[in-house]
Design a protein around this ligand. Sequence first.
Ligand code: UD1
Length: 416
Amino acid sequence: MKYVINGGNKLFGKLAVDSAKNAILPIIAASIMCDEECIIEDIPLYLDVIEMAAILEKLGKTIEFKDGNLVISGSISSTSVIMAETKTLRSSIFMMGSIISKYRKAIFTYPGGCDIGKRPIDIHLAGLKKLGIKFTFANDLIYCDASRVNGSVIELSYPSVGATENIMMASTLMEGEITVIKNCAREPEITELARFINLMGGKVYGAGYETIVVCGVKKLHGTSFRCMGDRIAAGTFLIAGAMCGGRIELDGINPNYLLPLIVFLRNSGCNIDLFSDKIILENFSRLKSVEKIETETYPGFPTDLQSPMLVMQTISKGTSIIHETVFEARFKVVAELIKMGAKINVSERYATVVGVTKLKPAKVSCPDLRGGAGLVLAGLVAKGTTEVDEIFHIERGYYNLDECLKSLGAEINKVE
Ligand code: UD1
């Protein structure tokens, strides 16, 4: 499947932001810790979410997508997560924390590298080991033995999102034990996971700060959960509005989660109004380059918005230097953008972008999820017909991106 985009339209209108993919994935994993029914409301059908739910189903849970909600019930009957899907869906590693929390054992396929980098799990394993969990490795499999566990004070060597989430889950069902996680990730998705665990009866304190304390409980119960809006999708739409020009209103997004992007967009010349759960962006002039963009852990500028922001710099006036500090392979989209007339030079983790007055339409292919979204943005401003191929990457984390953009006035169609 590909998107065919006829670029050049300004964007006008309102859009409701979907629930956050990166919060939903660990929350689906966390539902393994509970045998009662969990309902995740208003769930967009991201491919990653469908795949994560399919893994749960193969393990024995009952899964139902009903009336826009995801209903998860029953218990898993296998603790061996060694299916082909786990190689393509890295987030399946979140199930390690939840399965060992409840079942005290698990077998996992060693997750390989992925589109954006090597993505090791050493920080996850180091933290879990401090909880008493023993690991043995054979034939590309990880055998986890949690028959004897204990609370602990764990200081992460880097505030990894996945490691923080895995350790939070692993320590949730350790009745009577207290676990302190220091230097943990502070992303809003972590706070959402903690909120979900606590709604099930868990005791996770301090999510969103540098230290999280988990007081282990015996059992969790079912719950209903509505997730926060996807800050990365919202950021992508804001960048689209800035690049195309026009006026867009995004509902269902807390602007506090996007402050570094909002500062950059304002400095680039956009007018932005902020409300408690809404952002309005307006732009009718050529954008100015952002001199330096450096990706950081939250609350810094998110690596997941680096590609869309890089694309914005290709048509902004001036020169921008982008430093990717989080994932080593996040400049793959550059080769495609050069086909569209962008002037970008990459050296290791730095990209220097010299803004041009316009991009030209081309046939391009998505290298990864966020890079793919970036190519759609490029297609929206390149006058003429751009084809963006391999859009399954985009559909992993954006739901109906074409329909959303169409509702704002873009000409974009999905074709075979
Ligand atoms: C999550 C997000 C992803 C986002 C990233 C950073 C989900 C499903 N994905 O990924 O979209 O880009 O946070 O905000 O929530 N690292 C190690 N060893 C480890 C763990 C991580 O070296 O054990 C490295 C990674 O290779 C990477 C960096 O730490 O370079 C950040 O990874 P991490 O924060 O763990 O990201 P994810 O949880 O994989």
